[in-house]
Design a protein around this ligand. Structure first.
Ligand SMILES: [Zn+2]
Length: 214
């Protein structure tokens, strides 16, 4: 089984403590097969070209040891300028974050806006069940129909992760929906790398049999 971790921050994020190389080498040492770098769009700003080039260099440097993906985490509180959508085609994927937050953009507005991004798209640390209840809508089905994958975030900062581990109904909903899924550690410091949780979440989602984004 491939173990993937598609949510990691580096010094390109205002809150990341490690270089991309440190994040990648830490992942290699823990036996991760696919690592995604997803720095915050708002802290990269106009260094986006530099960021992209840097991660491309890392892809080549580590290609015999690990698959490196170049992603971007995009805020929704509020949504950023549209130029990002135009440059998104260069990225392996983008993660939209915290769509269940009280200050996040409206879900219907999000579904329209995300169409402008021309790369694979995922929803990071968002409790899709809470969002479904808020809108009285099958949000999982809407995401699946729009080819948006859903992240199980193992950072320990989000209750929905623990809820998903213990709630049969929610796991069954994800399984039967056929939605594409991913695992993200949301690492900001390698000293805090939660490897067991990453492996556990990978195993759980693989057992469900949903298509895996990586
Ligand atoms: Zn993040």
């Amino acid at each position: 089984m491939i173990t993937a971790d598609l949510h990691n921050h580096t010094i390109f994020s205002y809150d990341g403590s490690n270089s991309p190389e440190e994040i990648i080498e830490n992942a290699i040492s823990h036996g991760i097969d696919v690592i995604g770098i997803t720095d915050h769009q708002f802290s990269i700003g106009d260094r986006i070209g530099e960021y992209f080039e840097y991660i491309q260099h890392c892809k080549i440097k580590y290609q015999s040891k690990i698959k490196v993906l170049c992603g971007l985490e995009i805020g929704t509180r509020p949504k950023p300028d549209d130029f990002l959508a135009a440059s998104s085609e260069y990225f392996d994927y983008v993660l939209f974050e915290s769509l269940d937050h009280a200050e996040a953009m409206d879900f219907y507005e999000f579904i329209e806006w995300q169409r402008r991004f021309r790369c694979p798209k995922g929803l990071a640390h968002t409790d899709v069940f809470r969002l479904s209840a808020r809108y009285d809508l099958d949000v999982v089905e809407v995401l699946r129909a729009n080819d948006i994958f859903w992240e199980l975030n193992t950072s320990g900062n989000y209750v929905y992760y623990y809820d998903f581990l213990t709630n049969d109904k929610k796991r069954e909903k994800i399984r039967t929906s056929g939605i594409c899924v991913s695992v993200g550690s949301d690492t900001h410091r390698v000293e805090e790398y939660r490897f067991k949780q990453i492996r556990r979440a990978n195993s759980l989602l693989r057992e469900l049999g949903n298509p895996f984004f990586c």
